[in-house]
Design a protein around this ligand. Structure first.
Ligand SMILES: [Zn+2]
Length: 116
């Protein structure tokens, strides 16, 4: 049995770079780069660039931003999402779904069982 191996560069671009549609204008898409700022991610929307990019550029972590009350603790958001706009939160959710699909396919092809 051989495991199909797609071009790593293609997969890398697909899973770490997402376009997410604006909530207020369905004709606008924002670019989310998940690896930026040490894995916090970056988005080119006004919300991210105006609220979060400056803090991240100063080396402030999501946990520090919450402790210092530099940002609000938004209901329904994980603490690790404190410096992420709505687009980034959704991009990371899509990223997680993608990884689960990949792992499930690998498990089917290899018979590998996850250990508890
Ligand atoms: Zn955004």
């Amino acid at each position: 049995m051989t495991l199909e191996r797609p071009d790593p560069a293609t997969v890398f671009d697909e899973v770490t770079s997402w376009k997410v549609r604006s909530r207020s204008d369905c004709h606008v898409e924002y670019q989310c780069e998940l690896l930026s700022y040490s894995g916090n991610g970056a988005c080119d929307c006004p919300d991210f660039t105006m609220r979060f990019a400056k803090l991240l550029g100063q080396g402030i972590t999501p946990e520090q931003a919450l402790e210092r009350k530099l940002v609000d603790n938004r209901p329904g958001y994980r603490r690790s999402d404190a410096l992420r706009c709505w687009h980034l939160v959704n991009a990371f959710t899509e990223f997680e779904h993608h990884l689960i699909t990949v792992f499930t396919n690998v498990k089917k092809k290899t018979g590998f069982e996850a250990r508890d």
